[in-house]
Design a protein around this ligand. Structure first.
Ligand SMILES: [Mg+2]
Ligand SMILES: [Zn+2]
Length: 194
């Protein structure tokens, strides 16, 4: 009941949502997404991101993009793809706070390629958010592992690799059909009596 933080303006939880990209926001491809023309948002995903940001919940993307390290994709093209994503979210009435991409190949053994927690850690530091105040939504085991390694709760979606991931998982975390469905659950947590 602190008067300094009126409940109508601050989300209850989470303060920050970290999203995997491929298979969560857009249709994934085994051949990587190598150009803005290959960018296909999944139904409702862009609108879901916009809804979160309008509810005062910051949204950032944490994505492995080893196609750069493999020499298949340039930094400039990745930036063009991400500029398009950001524009789509703005057009839907929201805002994407940041996009964190690991450009390294698996052989580089960096600290940012998921399941390493580096991308998620950077997002927490930049947004000044505690791990327990964040939520990661992903479709692959390595997304969940990256979050859980530093104490970020993680939810699974069934798009992308999600059904395969769900089949290999102990059922100890929430699973939603897609990002739009998961975001509905986030918004329900923050609904208040007015
Ligand atoms: Mg994915
Ligand atoms: Zn990396």
């Amino acid at each position: 009941m602190s008067p300094r933080y009126p409940s109508q303006t601050k989300p209850v939880w989470p303060l920050l949502v970290l999203l995997d990209r491929d298979g969560v926001i857009n249709a994934d491809s085994p051949d990587y997404i190598l150009g803005a023309d290959q960018w296909q948002p999944l139904p409702g995903s862009i609108e879901a991101i916009a809804c979160l940001s309008r509810a005062g919940i910051a949204v950032a993307v944490c994505t492995n993009q080893s196609a750069i390290g493999r020499g298949l994709l340039s930094e400039a093209t990745l930036e063009a793809i991400h500029a398009q994503l950001k524009e789509q979210v703005i057009a839907a009435g929201g805002e994407l706070a940041a996009i964190y991409a690991c450009p390294h190949s698996p052989e580089a053994q960096c600290g940012c390629r998921k399941p390493a927690p580096g991308l998620c850690q950077q997002a927490l530091l930049d947004r000044h958010v505690l791990a327990s105040d964040a939520l990661l939504i992903g479709d692959s085991e390595r997304d969940l592992a990256a979050a859980q390694a530093i104490g970020i709760p993680a939810w699974l979606v069934r798009t992308g690799n999600g059904r395969q991931t769900e089949a290999g998982q102990a059922p100890n975390q929430p699973v939603y059909d897609d990002l739009a469905d998961a975001v509905k659950a986030v918004l329900a947590l923050n609904q208040r009596d007015t």
